[in-house]
Write a protein that binds this ligand. Structure first.
Ligand SMILES: [Zn+2]
Length: 391
């Protein structure tokens, strides 16, 4: 499964806001009803049938309940330790020392497995333990805050962000989180529904890829939903960021010049880069203009000079031309000389070309001789070498 540009952007922007340890992890809990003493059991048998009764209600003090709980816990541990095939599975120190009031609420005690960073591993363990006749379930260990909420994602998508009103909603500036639901922030029902299905789709896809886990909550009466990262999600986001950093470095080595801007969707080249274009900087609206023959039509560009990133779109079909790193997507920039020239190299005499190469002339010098671009020379040479390799 491939990540979309929006999903990549979301992972990269979000992962920087959370720490390494803000990930969800999973444990399997094995549960046992708190053992009853003889007295409690007797008390129950005296109760009439059909009347609610519980040995927990019969416990006369917290300490009695506490003793019953810890007795059951150690009996459960003894039982689990005798099952040879589960050696090393449990984390005996985790969750065992709860207050009696909590055991009373729960009505059972439990031992927990060690942390699993992948949910399916916890599910596999749960299956194994269930087959052994143990009563178990999966518990999520959550970070304190969501990594991002759906309204914070809306903020990242210009056409939704423009229509958002969040004055009434709880906003956590420090962590960049907006709480509330999409319909709380976007009045227009149609747009709100579109935003909801876009973001649901993204969350669902990321969760299927086990990069995030979806979460919900309520903050000051406002219901919200969002996601937390899994360990895998953090790793993938870190790799993506590294790839982008590497690509930006490579781009920086290309000397800036005038390029054609070719749309990857409709393949039209209506725009060119201006002299202000700098591959070291995020692409801004002012780095683009119409190519001469389109300029005459007096159209206006579909973005403002100050626009950046996802707002830079094809003037013909509105396809976004910019990646998550705020640079042109690969293949969008086309060398103007190579584009406008006879790409078949018809200007170039093959025999003469090979003779010049053999005589040690550089491609720039050869281009001068033929009156064409260096790109046309290197393209023709490559074609000749490939033909040679086939023969
Ligand atoms: Zn296009």
């Amino acid at each position: 499964m491939e990540l979309s540009e929006l999903e990549k952007e979301l992972l990269i922007k979000t992962f920087k806001r959370v720490t390494e340890n803000d990930v969800v992890s999973w444990r399997v809990a094995v549960r046992a009803q708190i053992d009853q003493t003889m007295t409690e059991a007797a008390a129950q048998t005296i109760m009439a049938r059909g009347v609610a009764h519980s040995h927990l209600l019969c416990a006369s003090s917290d300490s009695q309940l506490s003793n019953a709980a810890s007795g059951t816990l150690s009996a459960l541990r003894g039982h689990l330790e005798n099952l040879g095939s589960v050696r090393g599975v449990f984390d005996w120190g985790y969750g065992g020392s709860k207050e009696p009031a909590i055991w009373r609420e729960l009505g059972y005690v439990a031992h927990f497995s060690k942390r699993k960073s992948i949910r399916s591993e916890a599910e596999a363990l749960q299956g194994r333990l269930t087959e052994m006749g143990l009563d178990c379930f999966i518990v999520a260990e959550m970070p304190a805050l969501p990594a991002i909420t759906e309204l914070s994602v809306c903020r990242l998508i210009p056409r939704f962000a423009k229509e958002m009103v969040v004055d009434r909603l709880p906003v956590d500036q420090q962590n960049g989180l907006i709480y509330g639901s999409i319909t709380d922030a976007i009045k227009d029902e149609k747009l709100a529904a579109e935003a909801k299905s876009t973001i649901d789709g993204v969350f669902e896809h990321l969760e299927k890829m086990t990069l995030v886990s979806r979460v919900n909550g309520v903050r000051l009466c406002w219901e919200w939903s969002g996601f937390v990262f899994t360990r895998e999600g953090i790793n993938v986001a870190r790799d993506l960021e590294e790839q982008i950093r590497r690509r930006a470095k490579e781009d920086a080595r290309v000397a800036p010049g005038i390029y054609h801007v070719r749309c990857p969707a409709c393949t039209r080249t209506e725009m060119v880069t201006t002299v202000d274009f700098d591959p070291d900087r995020p692409v801004r609206g002012w780095m683009l203009d119409f190519a001469d023959k389109f300029k005459r039509l007096n159209w206006s560009l579909p973005f403002k000079p100050s626009d950046v990133g996802q707002n830079i779109v094809c003037s013909h079909c509105q396809t976004v031309l910019i990646g998550t790193d705020n640079r042109f997507l690969s293949g969008v920039l086309v060398d103007q000389a190579a584009e406008t020239e006879d790409v078949d190299g018809r200007k170039i005499d093959d025999e003469e070309l090979l003779r010049l190469v053999d005589s040690g002339k550089s491609q720039v010098e050869i281009a001068g001789i033929f009156g064409c671009s260096k790109q046309a020379v290197s393209k023709r040479l490559k074609a000749l070498r490939e033909a040679e390799a086939v023969a």
